[in-house]
Ligand binder design. Structure first.
Ligand code: C2E
Ligand code: SIN
Ligand code: SIN
Ligand code: SIN
Ligand code: FE
Ligand code: FE
Length: 542
C-alpha cells in the first residue's frame, strides 16, 4: 500500500515516471494535466528529458517552480490537506507555499471562494468516484482580497480506504473568464437590441415598445430603474410615459419644463447628464416626494434624439455607485437611439392614423350624401337607408363579423340601391306594377351599381351588397342567378333586411304590410329567397 509522503523528490519522480510510461517503477497514476502543462511550458526540454538519461530531480523541481500557476499535491483523510505546492502559488494566491502546506494556518480550501467551495469539493469527489481527472473552473480569493478565476485540473493519484491523494495544476484564467463574460454580455446586449427592434416593428403601441426598451435597459445595463419622459411639443414639457424598477410611485407624475430638473437640463443641453451621487446633488430631483425612499445613488439623463429632433429623455437610476465603461456608455446611447426611433415612429403612425381617420370620415360622409340623394329621388320612406344599414350591421355582428369586416358591409348597405340612380323616373316612381319592359330595366340596377362602383378601388370590397342583393338562395334571383353560398354572405345577410324593410314601408306601388304578415312571409321564404341560417339569425334578433 502506498502511503503518500510530502517528499518533494518523490513527487518529481512521479512526474518523470509518467513521462516514460514504460517505467513502472512508480506505478501511480499521475495527473495528466501536470504532464501536458510540462510539455507546453518547455517542449524542447521535455523532449531532451525523454531522450537523454534520467533528468535530475533538481531540474524538474525548478521547472515546476517556474511554471506560472500552482502545481499541487494534496490529500483527503476526512479533512483536506495540502502537501505540496509549487512556488507559483505565491503569485496566484498571495500566500507563500509554507502558508499553504503542512500544519500552517491557511489551507487551500479557505482560499477557494466560499460560494464555490462546496461545488469544487463535490466535483472533485465525483471525479474521484468515477476514476476520472477533474477540470474545474472556480473563483479564489487571493490574500489581498482580490478575486480570481482559476482552472484546476487534477486527478486522484492514490487511494486507500481512509486517505485519497490528489495532484493537479491550478492556473489563473481570470483573463479568459473576463473576455468570455464580455462576449456573453455583448451577445445578450445584441439580443436586447434585437428585441427592441422587434417591438418597434411589431407594435404600433408606444407603451408596449417603451416597456420592452426599459426592460432591456435594466437587464443589459444592469441598473435598478429607468423611466422615459416624452417631449410634448405643444406645451414644451417633458411628460412621464413609462417606468420600470421603481419601488414607490416616484416620478410617475413628472412634468418638467425644458431646462428644469436634471432631465430638463439634459433636454435643453442635448447631452447626457450623469450624476454620480444623487445624495450630494439633489438639485435636479427634489420635487419628487418619493425619490428619497427609492435610495438611488446614480443618475443618468439621456436625451432621445431622432432625425435631429428631441423626442424625450431616458432616465436611469441605480441604488449604488456605477463605474460605467465605454461599452456600457455605447450601449446606453444605442438604446437611447432606438427609443428615439420608436417614439418618432409611433408619432408618425399616430399622425397617419389621424389623417387616415379624417379621410375615412370625409369619405363615409360622401357615401352617406349619395345614399340620401338616392333616397330623395326614390321617394322612399325617410331613413330607409339608415334603417337597413343599421339592421344589417346588427345582424352581421350577431353572426360573428368583426369590426373591421363590418366596414365594407356598412358601405355596401349604404350604397345598395345606388344603381337605381340609372333607372328613369317614370319606372322608379311608377305608382303601380311594372310591365315586362319596365321590369327588365329595373332588374338592371345591381349591374348598374357594379359598373358605377368598380372603378373606385376603395369601394370594391363593398360591392357584394349592391351587386348581389337581389340574388336568391334558390338561384331564382338576378342579375346572375347565383345559388346558395355562391352568393356572398354579406349580400345574403343584406337581402333579408332589405325585403323586411321594404315590406314594412309604404312604396309608390303599394302600402306597407302589417308586421305579422312580414314575418310570416320571411319564414315562408327561408330556403327559397333567403339563406336558412341567415333567416334564423335574423328572426332571433326579434
Ligand atoms: P324595393 O322596393 O326596395 O324592394 C326590395 C325588395 O323587397 C324587392 O325586390 C322584393 O324582393 C321585396 N319586396 C318589396 N315589395 C314587395 C312586395 O310588395 N311583395 C313582395 N313579395 N316582395 C316585395 P325586387 O322585387 O327585386 O324589387 C326591386 C326593386 O324594384 C324594388 O325595390 C322597387 O324599387 C322596384 N319594384 C319592384 N316591384 C315594383 C312594382 O310593382 N312597382 C314599382 N314601381 N317598382 C317596383
Ligand atoms: C481543496 O484544497 O480544498 C481542494 C483541492 C484543490 O482543488 O486544491
Ligand atoms: C427629473 O426627472 O429629472 C426631475 C423629476 C422631478 O423633479 O420631479
Ligand atoms: C364572407 O363571406 O365572409 C364575406 C362576405 C362577403 O363576401 O361579402
Ligand atoms: Fe335593390
Ligand atoms: Fe332598398
Amino acid at each position: 500500500m502506498l502511503i503518500f509522503t510530502a517528499d518533494f523528490n518523490e513527487y518529481c519522480g512521479m512526474v518523470h515516471g509518467y513521462r516514460e510510461p514504460g517505467h513502472e517503477a512508480h506505478s501511480r497514476d499521475v495527473s495528466e494535466p501536470v504532464q501536458s502543462r510540462l510539455g507546453e511550458t518547455d517542449q524542447t526540454r521535455a523532449k531532451s528529458v525523454e531522450q537523454s538519461a534520467q533528468p535530475g530531480h533538481q531540474d524538474l523541481a525548478s521547472l515546476l517552480n517556474q511554471l506560472p500557476g500552482m502545481v499541487y499535491r494534496c490529500h483527503y483523510d476526512g479533512k483536506w490537506k495540502m502537501d505540496f505546492a509549487s512556488e507559483g502559488a505565491y503569485e496566484l494566491t498571495g500566500y507563500r507555499v509554507e502558508d499553504l502546506i503542512h500544519q500552517n494556518a491557511i489551507f487551500f480550501s479557505q482560499v477557494i471562494h466560499p460560494d464555490d467551495r462546496e461545488d469544487v469539493h463535490q466535483k472533485i469527489e465525483k471525479a474521484w468516484r468515477e476514476g476520472k481527472p477533474f477540470n474545474i473552473t472556480y473563483r479564489i480569493r487571493a490574500r489581498d482580497g482580490s478575486e480570481k478565476w482559476v482552472r484546476d485540473t487534477g486527478k486522484a493519484v492514490s487511494n486507500t480506504s481512509d486517505r485519497i491523494e490528489f495532484e493537479g495544476f491550478i492556473t489563473d484564467v481570470s483573463e479568459q473568464k473576463r473576455s468570455e463574460e464580455r462576449i456573453q454580455r455583448q451577445i445578450r446586449r445584441f439580443e436586447g437590441l434585437r428585441k427592441v427592434d422587434m417591438a418597434i416593428t411589431a407594435s404600433f403601441d408606444l407603451r408596449v415598445t417603451l416597456d420592452v426598451l426599459l426592460e432591456q435597459v435594466i437587464n443589459q445595463l444592469e441598473v435598478d430603474a429607468g423611466d422615459i419622459l416624452l417631449l410634448d411639443r405643444y406645451t414644451n414639457t417633458l411628460e412621464y410615459a413609462a417606468r420600470r424598477g421603481f419601488r414607490t410611485a416616484a416620478l410617475q407624475h413628472t412634468s418638467l419644463r425644458l431646462g428644469e430638473g436634471f432631465a430638463g437640463s439634459a433636454a435643453i443641453e442635448r447631452r447626457t447628464i450623469h450624476i454620480p451621487d444623487l445624495t450630494r446633488a439633489r438639485g435636479g430631483l427634489e420635487r419628487s416626494p418619493y425619490l428619497e425612499a427609492e435610495g438611488f445613488i446614480t443618475y443618468f439623463g439621456v436625451p432621445l434624439i431622432a432625425k435631429g429632433e428631441l423626442e424625450g429623455i431616458l432616465e436611469i437610476f441605480h441604488r449604488s455607485p456605477l463605474q460605467p465603461d465605454p461599452e456600457w456608455l455605447d450601449y446606453l446611447e444605442t438604446l437611447a437611439g432606438q427609443a428615439a426611433i420608436a417614439i418618432d415612429n409611433a408619432t408618425l403612425f399616430k399622425e397617419l392614423q389621424r389623417s387616415n381617420m379624417e379621410l375615412n370620415l370625409a369619405y363615409d360622409a360622401t357615401l352617406e350624401g349619395w345614399s340620401k340623394a338616392l333616397e330623395l329621388r326614390d321617394q322612399e320612406t325617410e331613413g330607409h337607408t339608415q334603417r337597413v344599414t343599421h339592421m344589417t350591421l346588427r345582424l352581421a355582428r350577431s353572426m360573428g363579423f368583426s369590426d373591421s369586416e363590418l366596414v365594407p358591409i356598412y358601405r355596401g348597405a349604404l350604397l345598395h340601391d345606388i344603381g337605381k340612380m340609372g333607372i328613369p323616373d317614370h319606372i322608379l316612381l311608377k305608382p303601380g306594377p311594372l310591365n315586362p319592359n319596365e321590369w327588365e330595366i329595373m332588374r338592371q340596377h345591381p349591374t348598374l351599381a357594379y359598373n358605377l362602383l368598380w372603378p373606385i378601388p376603395s369601394l370594391r370590397p363593398a360591392l357584394d351588397i349592391p351587386y348581389c342583393h337581389h340574388e336568391k338562395w334558390n338561384g331564382m334571383g338576378y342579375p346572375r342567378g347565383l345559388k346558395g353560398e355562391e352568393i356572398p354572405l354579406a349580400a345574403r345577410i343584406f337581402s333579408i333586411v332589405d325585403v323586411w324593410d321594404a315590406l314594412i314601408s309604404d312604396r309608390p306601388y303599394r302600402k306597407a304590410w302589417p308586421e305579422d304578415k312580414v314575418f310570416e312571409y320571411i319564414r315562408k321564404e327561408k330556403g327559397r329567397h333567403f339563406d336558412p341560417q341567415v333567416t334564423e339569425a335574423f328572426l332571433a334578433l326579434f
